[in-house]
Design a protein around this ligand. Structure first.
Ligand code: AMP
Ligand code: GLY
Length: 422
């Protein structure tokens, strides 16, 4: 049951499928427990407009004013950019309730150099690495390394700042692109050069209440544009939860060598926030490694994890904000999300096409990139729709997603047919 019987006013920052899914979950819980909940999104999209009010303000100060003027009970931040800019510090200084890390802790995502130093200091199992502030020493270092190797822009680069290099020439080019040609802007003023790990990936989201890290069900995303994990990297073409490859022994290793050591570090550093910690893992022959932290919900992981979460989200987040103990309960079901994108994505694509048939969907769906115009829903981004199947097995979940996806249509649409096939 929620805190009290007043209507909850919740503000969600962001504009993608993740934010639509977060809002959907708040609404589901409110309906289930019979309380009222009013949602606001900054800036939101055509999907969030169906369950709440989209608000068009830009700066953190305007967001803060909006929350004060509208007596928002809780702000939930989707994307990393506002966290790195310090939205939590600002809202808290005004006495507002907000879920997420302060600016300092957000560096665990916004600076890979900061994150890797934290991991090294607290024995969080991760790939060997070295950080450089200029290209000369980085290139000199590369001369003595084995390949493949991974070159990363240290700052936020919308998931694009990582280059896997097969030989010295590729690695040198990556360093020069990032540091001299500023391929990712200021994100490239430092680079992290890292040991290449081979294996499969898993995403573990968690909530941190300042004292405890409480993990979610595992998830597996499909990052490449092409079937069979081929072609360019994308923001995510599909995802499933639980991750069928991530078995109990992996979880136990993660828990001991990554989650517990991270917790020790957070406490030792006085990083006392309430928010999300997302562990991006690589499971190799040598064990479970942490590739990265994100300090926010994953996109599209959120779209499969939240439909399986049985806790009341509002109540859980409020407990977390108060530093109280809670457990998270996930259903035994499986979820599989297929992402429909605009043809051409992740390179150039056209937008503005009408999306038809949404009303025929018989499963949860989340809008990632669409806007409303004259009562129609028009594509407005690369990733457009997330279709989520839920079932008693992964196969059932997958079938539900693919049986539904054919009911929706827009010109030049594309989706992978192999999501959920491990
Ligand atoms: P990151 O933003 O650090 O998670 O990197 C983005 C993606 O690059 C990961 O999801 C992996 O697919 C890949 N990647 C990053 N670091 C490594 C590594 N050390 N070895 C192999 N692949 C990596
Ligand atoms: N799906 C990975 C991310 O949200 O960064």
């Amino acid at each position: 049951m929620p805190e009290n019987s007043n209507p909850k006013k919740i503000l969600i920052i962001g504009s993608g499928g993740r934010e639509h899914a977060i809002g959907w979950k708040f609404k589901q819980d409110a309906a289930h427990s019979n309380y009222e909940c009013e949602l606001f999104f900054i800036p939101g999209n055509a999907g969030t407009a169906q369950i709440g009010t989209n608000v068009s303000v830009k700066s953190l100060n305007e967001m803060c004013d909006f929350a004060k003027e509208n007596q928002i009970d809780l702000t939930f931040v989707g994307p990393e950019a506002e966290l790195a800019e310090g939205i939590v510090d600002l809202f808290k200084s005004e006495g507002l309730e907000i879920f997420g890390p302060d600016k300092r802790a957000a560096q665990l995502e916004s600076s890979k150099a900061f994150a890797k130093d934290f991991m090294a200091k607290y024995n969080v199992k991760t790939a060997k690495y070295k950080t450089f502030n200029g290209p000369m020493l980085a290139i000199e270092y590369l001369e003595s390394q084995e390949f493949p190797i991974v070159v990363k822009a240290s700052g936020l680069a919308a998931g694009k700042g990582v280059v896997i290099c097969r030989d010295f020439e590729e690695a040198k080019k990556a360093v020069l692109d990032i540091m001299e040609n500023k391929a990712f802007g200021e994100a490239g003023s430092q680079v992290v050069i890292e040991e290449y790990l081979e294996g499969f990936e898993a995403s573990i989201l968690s909530f941190f209440n300042g004292n405890e890290i409480v993990p979610f069900v595992s998830a597996k995303d499909h990052k490449k544009i092409g079937e069979g994990e081929t072609g360019l990297n994308t923001g995510g073409m599909g995802v499933m939860a639980p991750n069928p490859l991530f078995i109990k022994s992996h979880f136990d290793e993660f828990s001991k060598e990554i989650m517990q050591t991270t917790l020790n570090g957070l406490i030792a550093e006085g990083m006392n926030f309430s928010g999300v910690i997302f562990f991006g893992l690589m499971i190799s022959q040598k064990g479970v490694y942490l590739l990265e932290y994100n300090l926010r919900m994953g996109d599209p992981e959120t779209q499969v994890c939240l439909p399986l979460l049985e806790n009341d989200l509002f109540e859980t987040v409020m407990k977390s904000n108060r530093g109280e103990h809670f457990e998270l309960k996930f259903s035994d079901q499986h979820a599989c999300c297929v992402v429909m994108v605009s043809g051409g994505y992740p390179l150039n694509y056209e937008k503005g096409f009408e999306i038809r048939g949404i009303e025929n969907l018989d499963c949860p769906y989340f809008v990632a990139g669409a806007k409303e115009k004259d009562g129609k829903m028009l594509t407005s981004g690369g990733r457009v729709l997330n279709i989520v199947g839920i079932g008693n097995s992964l196969e059932e979940a997958r079938n539900q997603a693919y049986e539904n996806i054919v009911k929706v249509h827009f010109d030049y649409q594309y989706y992978r047919k192999d999501i959920g096939l491990v």
